[in-house]
Design a binder for this molecule. Structure first.
Ligand code: NDP
Length: 602
């Protein structure tokens, strides 16, 4: 279908019909329950293959100014911004063996960031680092995380291979008691939680998964001892192996070309194809990205955020597929349709969406040789239904003789596993190794998951407060009843495809709150009235995403086809406006959130 045909109402109606059919073919009655967590008998899937064993240490019984839960970019940025405010005792507690979060765990072959490195890597101005590629490999990003932690002296007090097990507000000391799975019990005047969103790996609940006698692991715990090689490839251990990979999301798209290069034979078990657009990665110089003056990275990052938030800019500095497709991805932000009639906007949006997806499907036809494989690789849904992906090697991998695409849509995924391999459509595929690129559970990490019990003022559990009152915050960061506890994340704030930028703005805000509380001798705790006012802002003009996601193929964006119950209510006007709002609020007054410290109990 050409783009001009896509503009006709008949073509649009046909697309709608096809999208509906493809969705119906995939929705499963068990929804999010189809997955297994990596615990109990599957706990070994989550073990840390990179830490090189646990270093024994004595449990801590001391006190710090700030405990930061999580050592990914959120925690690192919180630490860095606190240091800039002169806070001395900052202790980051991290489950992994080092800083890096996502980039610590995900080291699979082919891993890259799909957001431009010059806007994704934070604190480039502050560290003087200029990335070498437009889209950086994972290891470069992980090393940058370490660079920031070193520069801001976060290693001194950090606890690695340690999980926080509880946070309890102690009225008498006006501090949090932090306990961990290493027997620590220490006090922190403030706690910042930065526990991430896609941090708990999930496995498909395939019948018989436990019977398979070959080797298995998840992409976020890559077993280089088995495969050989590095994230750059050279997986010599696979040269005589029949390897299967389950999953063709953003991870699958990056890992498949590397596996294809080295596996004896590769079977790609696909349920829903990703949209795979042009990558065009290339080496960059400081000159290419205008890294010739102070503040260049901040300007570039702001420029990117403005564009993907629907703001008008004079020049598109990043000029890639994200900025070109910004209107399709953030389509429901009021900034994209505030100038026109909503219905007309949605009609125009559907046409642009169809044109984009036709282009994506035509790309499959151009690159892939086998007509049957072409049909299987074409995505039939709207652009923003699933995370778009970008690759100049993924589709090409299916032209290799040692690669077979096995479509599992008709059976809602792999049917079952046996001792020898996997069964799809009654055919058994014998395998030596099966790699799960099956992603992560959403909303099950950190303080909202029940895995990290939090007891606030008067011993009230955070989860009970959430059940009884619903989520209530000021700006997404702080809640009444939970003094000096600051959450970084998207709930009741705003997010963006460039998530590290969002985290940095949140870290700046958290550090400012803590600095103000220190200066005033106060605690950080919003009044119920301030929370009410913020909830009213969230409700006003909140874009209705439900209709859009209800029509999408299933995935973690729409709770496996059930709409979007997992999505936290977000600030309706996008990340750019949200950051401006926070800045103004900090400049004008922080009174809404500072309270007198309760006198210590005798
Ligand atoms: P996803 O959840 O996006 O993909 C999981 C894949 O596993 C899907 O293709 C899914 O199919 C498939 N799957 C699940 N169960 C089965 C089954 N029973 N049988 C067959 N297939 C199955 O996880 P990813 O790890 O790919 O990506 C997660 C997120 O991580 C991304 O959306 C992105 O936000 C981030 N990411 C970012 C990168 C970056 O460069 N910035 C790189 C990689 C990831 P189906 O679609 O049908 O459910």
């Amino acid at each position: 279908m050409t783009n001009s045909e896509a503009l006709s109402s008949e073509a649009l109606a046909e697309l709608r019909r096809r999208y509906r059919l493809e969705r119906e073919r995939r929705v499963r009655p068990d929804g999010t329950r189809q997955y297994l967590a990596a615990d109990a008998e599957f706990g070994y899937y989550a073990a840390d293959p990179y830490a090189g064993g646990t270093v024994e240490r004595e449990p801590l019984r001391d006190g710090v100014d700030v405990a930061v839960v999580g050592g990914g970019f959120g925690g690192i940025l919180a630490g860095a911004r606190l240091r800039q405010r002169g806070v001395e005792r900052v202790r980051v507690i991290e489950r992994g063996g080092d800083f890096g979060g996502t980039w610590y765990w995900n080291r699979y072959p082919g891993i890259h960031c799909d957001v431009e490195s010059h806007v994704y890597l934070p604190l480039l101005d502050e560290t003087g680092y200029v990335p070498e590629w437009k889209y950086a490999p994972g290891e470069e990003i992980r090393r940058h995380a370490v660079r920031i932690a070193e520069k801001f002296d976060l290693y001194a007090d950090a606890l690695f291979s340690t999980s926080v097990t509880s946070l309890t507000w102690e009225e008498s000391s006006q501090a949090w008691i932090v306990t961990t799975d290493r027997g620590d019990e220490f006090r922190a005047t403030y706690v910042v939680t930065a526990t991430g969103t896609l941090s708990e790996l999930k496995l498909p609940g395939i019948p018989g998964i436990e019977t398979f006698e070959g080797h298995t692991f998840h992409t976020s715990r890559w077993d280089y001892a088995y495969t050989g090689g590095t994230p750059d490839g050279g997986l010599t251990g696979l040269s005589d192996k029949r390897v299967g990979v389950v999953g063709t999301g953003a991870t699958g798209v990056q890992v498949v070309p590397k596996l294809a290069e080295d596996a004896g034979h590769l079977y790609v078990f696909q349920r829903t194809p990703s949209s795979v657009d042009v990558r065009a990665n290339r080496r960059t110089t400081a000159q290419d990205v205008g890294a010739d003056h102070d503040g260049w990275a901040r300007e570039r990052r702001d420029n990117f955020l403005r564009i993907v938030s629907g703001e008008t800019v004079e020049e598109d500095l990043v000029a890639d597929q994200w900025t070109a497709s910004a209107g399709l991805l953030e389509k429901l932000l009021p900034s994209f349709h505030r100038r026109g009639d909503r219905k007309a906007f949605e009609a125009a949006y559907e046409v642009a969406d169809a044109a984009k997806m036709n282009e994506i499907r035509a790309r499959v036809e151009r690159i892939v040789a086998d007509p049957e494989t072409v049909e299987k690789l074409k995505p039939w849904y709207r652009y923003a239904c699933k995370r778009p992906t970008f690759s100049d090697t993924y589709l090409q991998a299916f032209n290799r003789d040692n690669v077979t695409l096995v479509d599992t849509a008709d059976t809602h995924g792999i049917e079952r596993m046996t001792e020898r391999g996997v069964v799809v459509g009654g055919t058994e595929y014998a395998l030596d190794c099966l790699i799960f690129a099956t992603g992560f559970s959403v909303g099950v990490s950190g303080v909202h998951s029940g895995k990290l019990p939090v007891h606030g003022r008067g011993g009230i559990p955070l989860l009970r407060a959430l059940q009884e009152r619903g989520p209530r915050t000021l700006h997404g960061f702080t809640s009444n009843g939970f003094p000096n506890l600051i959450h970084l994340g998207a709930a009741q704030s705003a997010s963006s495809v460039n998530y590290t930028h969002v985290l940095d703005e949140h870290a700046v805000h958290a550090a400012a709150l803590i600095a103000a509380a220190e200066a005033e001798g106060a605690v950080i705790e919003p009044s119920p009235e301030a929370e009410d006012a913020w909830l009213a802002v969230l409700a006003e003009g909140a874009p209705d995403h439900a209709w859009f996601h209800a029509e999408c193929t299933p995935g973690y964006y729409n709770a496996e086809g059930r709409g979007r119950p997992n999505a936290p209510i977000a600030y309706p006007h996008g990340a750019f406006t949200f950051h401006e709002l926070l800045k103004r609020w900090r400049e004008e007054s922080m009174d809404d959130v500072l309270r007198a410290r309760t006198p210590a109990q005798p």
